[in-house]
Write a protein that binds this ligand. Sequence first.
Ligand code: NAI
Ligand code: MG
Length: 351
Amino acid sequence: MPRTVRLAVIPGDGIGPEVVAEALKVLRAAVGDETRFEETHFSLGAGRFLETGDVLTDDDLAAVASHDAILLGAVGGVPGDPRLANANIERGLLLKLRFSLDHYVNLRPTVLHPGVESPLAAPGDVDFVVVREGTEGPYVGNGGAIRVGTPAEVANEVSVNTAFGVERVVRYAFAAASGRRKKLTLVHKTNVLVFAGGLWKRTVDAVAVEFPDVAVDYLHVDAATIFLVTDPARFDVIVTDNLFGDILTDLAGAISGGIGLAASGNINPDGRFPSMFEPVHGSAPDIAGKGIADPTAAILSVALLLDHLGLADDAERVRGAASDDIAGRDGSTRSTSEIGDAIAARLAPAA
Ligand code: NAI
Ligand code: MG
């Protein structure tokens, strides 16, 4: 009996549907007969909001949550579109999915693939993964404002850090490091954010005892931005909070060949809820509809999806095929579907 994986697909807006089509093509080419993906496509995002006024209803959420995993393209309209002024797709859709489905690990690998030019003079061997906390920190919406719009306005945005929340993501990061080059770097700002920083530091120290094979390092977030540029090869696994992780992973994308290659997973390691895999980039309205978006980030997100489903061999083959394709790029323009076809073709069983 083949295993059936129920996959919720959220193509989204702009280039989202274009890159998701190629990602699904590669997914189908990668998995053998033992696994069958049963896809449900959801219409969510700016387009749906403009049509119906809904961002993510309770019914949508329940339907998405009933799947085994989620593949998302990108959501969001043209920045500044006045019709979307009150939509708040970021909070109402993306963050709502991450929080409701308890995606407490936001996994963002950074690899400088052979053949890719980095803007750094001497990037070295770049291969690290950021484990960003996904359900706490300053992104939880714990705040408020009074006297808005007056000179006496007060605005609070409180960072939430729980012992439970920090420990589970730190534990995940140690396990990840243990399966890689065995180095973990905590990034925080413990000298200034002493309350949250203290909790993070003590938690890392406590969990480290269980992973004697993993070397532990600590960097303040400002220093981390220096080393990501001057010596990115020093990193293996970085564990950090929601806000720092958001910022550092954009920098990581920039040093490793750009937004067209950066993949991510929003993971619920307990498996109580479906995990969600998506390229880091947005809906790129400036190039949408032209068929020129690079689908590689979405395709590498499929590799993370396969890892999560326990299909590590298939995941490795997808990464290998993407990496070989990247290595052969010569600067000539290929369409979105030409790149997808080329990577899928590398996965076809030998005739
Ligand atoms: P963006 O990532 O969509 O685009 C930034 C720049 O990168 C643009 O010049 C775009 O053409 C280029 N780009 C992005 N992906 C590309 C790809 N695969 N191949 C080639 N070039 C690519 O970010 P931007 O412009 O700030 O946001 C556009 C919309 O996307 C907004 O509505 C924003 O809210 C939304 N967004 C959604 C995200 C998500 O769904 N996870 C993440 C980031 C932004
Ligand atoms: Mg971001």
